[in-house]
Design a protein around this ligand. Structure first.
Ligand code: ATP
Length: 324
């Protein structure tokens, strides 16, 4: 292995830049050339490559987003597109690939590996933390901190006006962000896809909380929750059944994906980047690097794609007790 390519793909997340930096510098440390591939798989198909030395990644460890840009590439889903991408890698003398992204990105990498026997290594980058084989994905910790900071601010206005706030957070089909940020920010209730509380129990819980003397409430709603109503419909529903409440909605949206990565995400990105490159140099391929019990580990891409990251049941109980 003389040359390794690196790309970011799918949704961006804080810590991707720190991971790019780590891959580039680990290559330099081992006297290997590193090529940055722009706009994910689309850039691979278009041959949008740039040589990256250790100084090309100065001052990015603290930056959100990705300097290599990200894209969703429909062309890469076609055999034709992947053939072109493979030819471009061969022409550029790139021997292996590190892909930073979510499960879609890993699916693409696995297919590419199967088709051409091409060495690939994945680094999990998504704020949703919905990837099997790692306790944390890049950007998740930063997103939690962003959400907690926002809810703290919402709480100030909620308590000044005796309001009930529904705060919608990201997470796709996983409730990790909602559950952890909800506990961290002291939410009354947390609605996640993994556990359908049901409308009646939600009402009961809010009524109980009101009766117990709480003057304001925050309900954190995961975007993929299964209660069957979106946050605006939830507002209407609660207003109908509890007219004494002044209900407001806040959808946090894309601010959760941005911002300077937390120290945790920077350290994680640095560790995963080193492991990804060094695993390739050891001849390994088709794995995702991740964190398990605070150790950096390898999980076959296939497992990372097929498995699901489970919610910690203990957290559900803690959340219940905290809303007493
Ligand atoms: P996020 O979780 O943030 O959305 P992701 O990596 O899952 O990140 P996707 O848009 O699902 O994001 O996938 C990124 C890219 O991976 C796609 O645009 C496509 O180029 C490639 N990809 C996804 N699925 C496949 C597939 N079945 N075959 C080939 N390529 C794929």
């Amino acid at each position: 292995i003389k040359k390794i390519g690196v790309l970011t793909s799918g949704g961006d997340s804080p810590g991707m830049n720190a991971a790019i930096r780590s891959v580039v510098r680990t290559c330099a440390y081992h006297n290997i050339e590193c090529i940055g591939i722009y706009r994910g798989y689309q850039g691979m198909i278009e041959g949008d490559f740039k040589e990256m030395g250790p100084r090309s990644v100065n001052n990015i460890v603290n930056k959100g987003g990705t300097i290599l840009k990200s894209a969703r590439s429909l062309d890469f889903k076609t055999t034709e597109g992947r053939k072109k991408a493979h030819q471009n890698l061969v022409n550029a003398g790139i021997d292996a690939l590190v892909v930073i992204g979510g499960d879609g990105t890993f699916t693409g990498a696995e297919i590419f590996n199967n088709e051409f026997g091409y060495p690939v290594m994945g680094i999990p980058g998504t704020i949703d933390n919905d990837i099997y084989g790692t306790s944390h994905t890049l950007g998740y910790d930063t997103a939690l901190n962003t959400v907690v900071e926002c809810i703290d601010k919402i709480r100030d206005t909620a308590s000044s006006h005796n309001r009930l706030f529904f705060v919608e957070v990201m997470g796709r089909d996983a409730g990790h962000i909602a559950l952890n940020a909800g506990i961290g920010a002291g939410a009354e209730e947390i609605l996640i896809p993994e556990e359908d509380l049901g409308l009646e129990r939600l009402l009961e819980s809010l009524q109980k909380s009101k009766a117990s003397g709480k003057s304001s409430s925050i309900v954190v709603v995961s975007e993929g929750d299964k209660i069957g109503k979106n946050v605006f419909e939830l507002k209407e529903y609660v207003e109908e059944h509890m007219p004494e409440y002044d209900v407001r909605v806040s959808v946090l949206g894309h601010m959760q994906r941005g911002g300077s990565p937390s120290c945790f995400d920077r350290v994680l990105a640095s560790r995963l980047g080193v492991k990804a490159v060094e695993s390739i140099l050891e001849g390994k391929s088709n794995f995702m690097v991740g964190l398990y019990q605070d150790k950096v580990t390898l999980t076959p891409l296939e497992q990372a794609i097929k498995g699901s990251s489970k919610i910690d049941k203990e957290l559900l109980r803690v959340s219940d007790i905290m809303s007493t």
